[in-house]
Design a protein. Sequence first.
Length: 382
Amino acid sequence: MTQPDPGLERWRLILGSPAEGACGALGAQAAGRDQALGWLYGRDSDLEQRGVRKGGNKPSGERSAGDGDSILNTVDWLDSIHKLFPKETIERLERDAVERYEIHEVVTDPAVLERIEPNPTLLRAVLRTKHLMNPEVLALARRIVDQVVQELLRKMATEVRKAFHGTRSRRPSQWKQARNFDFHRTIRTNLGHYRPDEKRLYIEHPHFMSRTKRSLDQWQMILIVDQSGSMLSSVIHSAVTAACLWGLPGLKTHLIAFDTNVVDLTSDVTDPVELLMKVQLGGGTDIAKAVEYGAGLIENPRRAIVAVVTDFYEGGDEYRLIRTVKQMAEQGTQVLGLAALDEEANPSYDRDLAQRLANVGAHIGAMTPGELAAFVAERIGR
């Protein structure tokens, strides 16, 4: 029996069943892939109008497959894609199922949750749909939240530890460690020991630099996070970042979430899983109210960093917000306006309001969790 040509099979998968005459029939594995792709992407209502591929099975409850095969359900579909596709493709398919087609069974059906592989896309889906879950499903969903959060913690904790490892000052130190070695001063003071005939510089007196101490001054880090639906990734990463910053010497961390109301989540910072399960996404936005609350927590203005993670689309009083930020900046508080707080740091925000806040002393930009930790470490290390 002649084996199908892999190149033609790929074109047949792209073009759909109308291309079968030119590309030939699919092999068993490719036919399974075609069925899985058709089950998901066959949901596009404008496929017929655009003349796009229509191969494979159709979604359960809509249209049956033209070849008479059994109709897939969500559990069958998940099982099949994990057998037929590489990991990167599986994650893309699951992301499209949840975010593009809103197939809620992926995160609300116990049978599906028991099979699915936790990943950031599913974490976001769980947080968006947890209000639809009964206690049994919610318990299974926590497994996804816990596994993804623990992985984020491991990754971010490394970045935070690196940032807080200690910045080097210019003061000499007797503490001889390789990471504190003062290369330039050592070269300068030992030039008299250079031997041209050997082309070697002999070091008799190595020099080292000291590290700044973090424990001398207590600083506050007040993280204020917009929990509207569009800021979900920032909520996740802010919660994990706060957990990483918690307990660092010389730093007192607060975490505040807001929509039109303000919720102080500081007591849950050490358990980001529990914290995220409490977050209520959606609703309006009152940045001014949240920032005013955060300003009220400041103990020493010149030892405080207030970071507001938001898209700056204010539903409250803009003038009140600008006034509060100006007052904090004038008293010496470091005010950050962060348009994004995820790995990609792709900003989408109201640039006009952001500029007005920058004009009164706020630092506006986009930072990953590692960059935020580095900013905090640099300020504390001054």
